[in-house]
Design a protein around this ligand. Structure first.
Ligand SMILES: [Mn+2]
Length: 258
């Protein structure tokens, strides 16, 4: 029996420099599965139009996927916005990999989950670099800079207090609101279809949690956080943070809250 029942991966962004293909390959090696769900932005056609960053490791990822499909793993590819060119091919099969606009997966313990990339629930179309802004360290630094900034403003004779940190905080609040809106919209779509939850990607923010008694699962990404979701043979879902240091793989996991 393969090590896990299912793998859920999204936002790999093959074809970009940022793609952590080597880490992904190590993760894939450790996780033979019955089902592999590729939930969008697997190949980044947008970035490849600007500049091609296709390394041998990116080739290997594609080859491994084709090989796994050939050897009987069920692989379903749901295109995202960065690989939307493949949406025209939904309903077809490429080298044993099935391309679908969306999918309903039933876990071993009977939960029916909607699998979608999620960009159609994103009110903002631009990319989300702001995730990097969310951090106490950045905030603390901003507060420190602000002390000097206000001193400089006083020296320049500028009146009134203007807070850089406050400005950043308002921006972060907007970013957090964006995440909440996205999560709510996606979950609502699953509820409307009478399903038990949703597995998506797109916002590069991995999590497994309950929203209004529905399961909300996000696969995260392989450009920054190196995260994926696995379904164990009993249907339990687990978020895996994969990190590799000097050839030694370390695993930290976060279990689904009961
Ligand atoms: Mn996306």
């Amino acid at each position: 029996m393969p090590r896990v029942r299912s793998l859920f991966l999204s936002d790999i962004h093959l074809g970009t420099k940022a793609c952590q293909a080597e880490h992904l390959l190590a993760f894939l090696r450790e996780h033979p599965a019955e089902n592999v769900f590729l939930i969008g932005d697997i190949i980044d056609f947008w970035a490849m139009k600007r500049s091609l960053a296709w390394s041998p490791a990116h080739n290997t990822v594609v080859q491994k996927m084709l090989r796994r499909a050939r050897h009987g793993e069920r692989i379903i590819f749901i295109p995202g916005n960065h690989d939307e060119a493949l949406r025209a091919h939904c309903g077809t099969v490429f080298g044993d990999i099935r391309v679908e606009h969306e999918w309903v997966h039933e876990t071993a313990d009977g939960k029916r989950l909607l699998l979608v990339h999620g960009d159609e629930f994103d009110q903002v179309t631009r990319h989300h670099k702001w995730v990097a802004v969310l951090g106490d360290m950045a905030y603390t630094l901003l507060v420190k800079i602000n002390v000097w900034l206000s001193f400089a403003r006083r020296c320049l004779g500028l009146s009134g207090y203007w807070s850089l940190a406050g400005y950043a905080k308002r921006k972060v609040k907007t970013a957090l609101q964006f995440i909440f809106d996205f999560e709510e919209n996606v979950t609502r779509a699953a509820r409307a279809r009478g399903l038990d939850g949703v597995v998506c990607g797109h916002i590069h923010w991995a999590t497994i949690r309950q929203i209004d008694k529905l399961l909300y699962v996000n696969c995260g990404d392989w450009v920054d956080s190196c995260t994926g979701i696995v379904e164990h043979h009993d249907g339990r879902l687990e978020l895996i943070h994969w990190a590799s240091q000097a050839g030694r793989h370390s695993l930290t996991t976060e279990l689904i809250p009961e």
